[in-house]
Design a protein around this ligand. Structure first.
Ligand SMILES: [Zn+2]
Length: 224
């Protein structure tokens, strides 16, 4: 890990962008009470807030503010991982011990509203993650795929300047199944949300592989 330390004397461009996003997350106020649906886990470096999965670097204010302030060397050395925890470095030290109360259960005490619970009062208890490991595994697996795709998209952009059609052919051949699925999901979603085109039928052959993909609401209906 320290073999190439000379290369990192200046921050590479992704590290600069990472640092900027980190600082912004550090500065951004976390509204109190914390939305009880958000479960930041700085040990696994995952959070269930929407900002986290959309973030190029898998950062959010909940996670960045759940660890002690980092040394400047952190930004030179931090390692990106393919699986949880997505970031690792000795100076990444959570504020709270792993067995102690998590941030979300902390904030839950101030909450007392639970307006979006379904009434049983059990949905958002601090223990629900432990009681329901399948759900967390789903979240972690999905996050790992999203991260791989985002990272790969950046890598694909880099290929542009080389114009090597051998790579493009490989991408098309090896990625065909994946791209077909993506196009089917997005096309079904587009048609579901479009007032002009016919609604997709359930058993249409071209879209049978998207039956478990939930279409996103049209932008004006989405949560912001
Ligand atoms: Zn978060």
């Amino acid at each position: 890990m320290f073999n190439n330390i000379g290369r990192f004397r200046d921050l590479s461009s992704w590290r600069k962008a990472f640092k900027a996003q980190w600082k912004q997350c550090r500065r951004t106020r976390i509204s109190v009470p914390l939305n009880p649906k958000y479960r930041p886990d700085p040990y696994k470096w995952v959070c269930t807030c929407p900002y986290f999965v959309k973030s190029r670097f898998l950062l959010c204010k909940h996670l960045v503010q759940a660890v002690h302030p980092v040394d400047p060397v952190f930004f030179l050395e931090v390692q990106r991982n393919r699986t949880i925890p997505f970031w690792s470095h000795p100076s990444l030290i959570p504020l709270l011990p792993p067995t102690g109360p998590t941030l979300d259960s902390d904030a839950k005490g101030d909450d007392g509203v639970g307006s979006d619970d379904d009434g049983d009062g059990l949905v958002d208890t601090g223990n629900s993650v432990e009681l329901n490991p399948g759900r967390e595994t789903f979240h972690e697996r999905l996050t790992a795929y999203i991260q791989t795709m985002r990272d790969f998209c950046d890598g694909l952009e880099y290929q542009r300047k080389f114009q090597d059609s051998r790579f493009l052919n490989t991408l098309e051949r090896q990625g065909a199944g994946f791209f077909r699925l993506a196009e089917n999901c997005l096309s079904r979603e587009h048609r579901t949300n479009s007032t002009r085109s016919a609604a997709p039928t359930t058993w249409e052959q071209s879209t049978a592989n998207v039956m478990f993909y939930r279409s996103r609401p049209v932008p004006s209906d989405r949560d912001t």
